[in-house]
Write a protein that binds this ligand. Structure first.
Ligand code: CS2
Length: 494
């Protein structure tokens, strides 16, 4: 079977959408670090739309910081790939052309630095996941002991981390008199732009205090809120897309109809006209970001841990259980909503109803195990931040505490059938070291995990109410199992 390729675009079935601009005229103006499925289903699609509506020099050079897989799939396809938008009604396919090339950083870090230093590159976007920031999730500050950061400080010309690439490229631009690019974080971190700005400033200052000040004064890092559910592509997905295209796409991405991007409009070096096709350019992203991180991602993590423990493989399986749906509705309405500042023009009731529908999308098959990954990085913004605010005003935290307890039960590493759980987390070694001696006993397991201060900070472990709530919830999970615990709590009023 032939491969998806620019020369074969005209032979695709008529209902497959394709680039609506002159791709041969496209030049690269964006470097994206972390070219995974999420980027290809989200920012690349907004850029594709912007190119269609208002063509400009905004092709994307996608960089993998680790594996060559995406490059290996996309290079023979001339950068083309398919986005399959799926819901109960079927799938809509679109071939996207905005990616002009894909690089693999560990193979050739100099090539990445060369692209990042080109004057034509004016925006650098990032989806490197929470752990890719090499920061302390409890404080948001650069983790100066991180092995990647230490490596990049010692060998700045051959960086490994996102911060190492950005700072070295900014230094080269500064020395060459090329204005800096704007750096746009598209990860689920609170104040992602401000957090990244702090990390870059500190990293640069560790190289040279004066350079640190220059970064602080000259590099714009707008905040942004990104939202689209993009499960990992499976073999079946690949085969289905290939069948529908009539040619092979080695790595299509699967997603849902919904998409949202709210961006702080601070791009001194220019940007694509993303707003022409749906992106919201605003002065303050914060209320949007808190709404999304706590309602969507907080619910997601809750469904991931409690769902996995109860044997639900996917989010749609978990939310189809009425007790789980009640729990999530209660979590959102009773515990999370009171902590939110409503974004201008938003209707929280509709937003939450839409979330429940999105979670229920049967065509997505979003695995609970996938969302359960990297909990040490995800818990602080999604659950612990609203918990702190609730505790400060003496408000109940029962459902959020159950969610934290479910994470503890999960990272203890054995499921309810006593089978091993494949716990993926940058702190996995440390979590295993504290959970193993504690055993499956809430009175010892809860304090053992609460002592991980990168997650819980210095304050939460000291909070009697929090400790008691989490320990009690963990005790119930261990005694009754996730399903029965959810059933019991979801019926109760907080
Ligand atoms: C999910 C997110 O894996 C996860 O942690 O909660 O990837 C989620 O699907 C996206 O943030 C949706 O925008």
């Amino acid at each position: 079977m032939t491969r998806l390729h620019p020369e074969g675009l005209s032979t695709l079935p008529a209902d497959v959408a394709r680039p609506g601009y002159d791709r041969a005229a496209l030049t690269t103006g964006i470097v994206h670090l972390g070219i995974g499925a999420f980027h290809r289903a989200h920012q690349a699609v907004y850029t594709e739309n912007a190119l269609t509506r208002s063509f400009g020099p905004w092709g994307i050079c996608g960089v993998s910081l680790r594996s060559p897989d995406t490059r290996d799939a996309l290079a023979p396809q001339g950068g083309l790939y398919t986005v399959a938008v799926r819901d109960a009604g079927g799938a809509h396919l679109r071939v996207v052309g905005a990616i002009t090339e894909a690089l693999v950083a560990p193979e050739d870090p100099e090539a990445v630095l060369e692209r990042l230093t080109r004057p034509a590159v004016r925006v650098v976007t990032l989806t490197v996941t929470e752990k890719g920031y090499c920061h302390d999730p409890a404080t948001g500050a650069l983790n100066e002991d991180h092995p990647g950061i230490r490596h990049d400080l010692e060998t700045p010309q051959r960086p490994e981390t996102a911060a190492g690439f950005l700072v070295e490229a900014l230094d080269r631009r500064r020395k060459a008199g090329v204005p800096p690019f704007t750096v746009l974080s598209c990860d689920n971190l609170p104040s992602n732009g401000d957090t990244l700005a702090g990390i870059l400033r500190r990293f640069a200052a560790l190289r040279d205090p004066e350079f640190g000040r220059w970064v602080a004064d000259n590099v714009a890092c707008p905040n942004s809120m990104v939202d689209r559910i993009v499960p990992a592509t499976t073999e079946d997905d690949r085969a289905a897309v290939t069948r529908a295209l009539g040619c092979e796409d080695a790595w299509p991405v699967m997603t849902e109809p919904f998409s949202q991007w709210v961006i702080e409009d601070r791009f001194p070096a220019g940007r694509p006209a993303w707003e022409l096709e749906g992106a919201e350019l605003v002065a303050d992203v914060h209320p949007y970001e808190t709404m999304k991180l706590r309602l969507l991602n907080g619910s997601h993590s809750t469904l991931a841990y409690l769902g996995y423990l109860a044997g639900y493989q996917t989010v749609s399986d978990a939310i189809a259980d009425p007790a789980y749906a009640r729990l999530i509705r209660g979590l959102m309405d009773e515990e999370v909503t009171p902590t939110l500042k409503v974004p201008p023009g938003a209707d929280l009731g509709r937003y939450k109803a839409a979330l429940l529908e999105r979670f229920a999308n049967p065509a997505l098959k979003h695995r609970t195990w996938q969302i359960a990954m990297d909990g040490s990085q995800k818990l602080p913004p999604r659950l612990l931040a609203p918990i702190r605010e609730r505790l400060a005003i003496g408000a109940p935290i029962d459902r959020m505490a159950l969610s934290v307890a479910a994470w503890m039960r999960y990272v203890a590493g054995r499921d309810e059938q006593d089978q091993p759980i494949d716990v993926r987390d940058p702190l996995a070694g440390r979590l295993a070291a504290v959970t193993a001696p504690a055993g499956m006993d809430a009175e010892s397991l809860a304090p053992a995990l609460l002592s991980v201060r990168e997650v819980f900070g210095d304050d939460l472990p000291q909070n009697e109410i929090f400790r008691a709530a989490v320990t009690a919830a963990l005790g119930r999970l261990l005694k009754d199992g996730a399903r029965r615990t959810v059933e019991a709590l979801s019926g109760a009023k907080s």
